[in-house]
Design a protein around this ligand. Structure first.
Ligand SMILES: [Zn+2]
Length: 373
């Protein structure tokens, strides 16, 4: 009888200690989380404003049902007027993974647009909008600014940095900010976030008819499909497409850039199809810009002694940008699994090819010791 435990213990020990020789190992950071070809973000502007109806009634649920998280830019003074019911709605959106962004207090222009001066107060539009949302919406963290009318200048961007924001939807120059983010060598989370805005073909023809308007979209809207073109452009370039949307509604006839409910479902089906095919990584804006910042600035991963991954984030980079990045581990020989130990945490890599694995690692939690078996 005494032999029994020993007999059982022996193969268990073998299993625990059994590591395989992986041959020559190499590691690299993947451009986008999970190895997707491109990144994509939806931002609904004007949350709490009646003209942007349906964001919480339709968009929230349609996106949540497909596992898609978006950003929503709140006009915070309007949210305050709606009061408690709106905070509860926004709390549900945050629970669904959506990110609440600041879209100023009352949609004033941050720089003079020639309509009687700027309507911007840093304490109100930058500091108070962040504070009021964070105090009233459990779980919300406001780190990203959507400038009303896409109007900003360098001083406005510096104020955001000073007051704890991590990014904004702004290109290098006001009104020259449409496109796909493809230049990551000099990526600036306040100056590189190009985007495109949605309007239907019908609305665009009405909007632009007889009116000197800044270009709404960089795409030709001849086939009424600019939102699809913006996704395809990201995949084609391996870049990041940010899609500006507003209302999602059929009943309300008004609202700049309103998208019908069925059209929104079609868009999100297209998005989730591309996610399943490994072509798109879809997250709210701050999640994506954190990935870019970590990926672009990290020193490492370096493979030491064949099994330890070491990292360093340069001191000049705000640690709040640090996030989980996908590291590809290529082995020289076939192994069945790769696991990592980071402090007390065990991380299991996903096998993505005969000799390739992907492990998601947040480098701020320290070095990772790999085991191959
Ligand atoms: Zn707006």
């Amino acid at each position: 009888m005494r032999l029994f435990p020993a007999i059982l213990l022996f193969p268990m020990l073998l299993l625990l200690c059994g590591s395989a020789d992986p041959g020559t190992v190499s590691v690299s950071v993947l451009k986008w989380k999970g190895g997707a070809a491109a990144a994509y973000t939806i931002i609904h502007d004007d949350l709490c404003n009646p003209s942007a109806s349906g964001i919480h009634r339709y968009a929230d649920t349609i996106a949540y049902n497909r596992g898609i998280r978006f950003g929503a830019g709140a006009i915070v003074g309007s949210c305050v007027r709606k009061g408690e019911p709106m905070w509860m709605i926004m709390e549900r959106m945050v629970r669904h993974g959506h990110e609440i962004l600041s879209h100023s207090w009352s949609h004033g222009a941050a720089v003079d647009l020639g309509r009687g001066g700027a309507d911007w107060d840093v304490d109100r539009d930058v500091v108070m909008t962040k504070k009021v949302i964070e105090e009233n919406v459990p779980g919300a963290s406001v780190l990203y600014m959507i400038f009303p009318y896409d109007a900003y200048n360098d001083d406005r961007l510096e104020e955001l940095k000073h007051h704890g924001y991590l990014g904004s939807r702004s290109g290098r120059r006001m009104y020259n900010d449409r496109g796909v983010v493809v230049d990551f060598n000099n990526y600036d989370p306040f100056r590189s976030n190009l985007f495109d805005a949605f309007v239907s073909k019908e609305e665009q023809e009405q909007l632009l008819a007889g009116r000197d308007s800044s270009p709404v979209s960089i795409y030709d809207n001849i086939n009424d499909d600019i939102e699809i073109q913006h996704i395809d452009a990201a995949i084609g370039a391996g870049g990041w497409s940010i899609q500006e949307l507003h209302a999602v509604d059929d009943e309300q006839p008004w609202g700049w850039g309103r998208m019908g409910v069925d059209r929104y479902r079609t868009l999100l089906d297209y998005v989730s199809d591309n996610v399943e095919r490994g072509l798109l990584w879809v997250e709210p804006p701050t999640t994506v810009l954190r990935y870019i910042m970590t990926r672009e600035h990290i020193d490492g991963p370096h493979l030491v002694d064949g099994n330890a991954l070491t990292f360093a984030l340069p001191g000049g980079v705000d640690a709040r940008y640090a996030t989980e990045i996908s590291v590809e581990i290529r082995t020289g020989r076939d192994v069945s699994s790769v696991t990592g130990k980071q402090g007390d945490k065990t991380i299991t890599a996903r096998k993505t090819g005969s000799r390739t694995f992907v492990m998601d690692i947040n480098p701020v939690f320290g070095n990772v010791v790999l085991t191959f078996s």
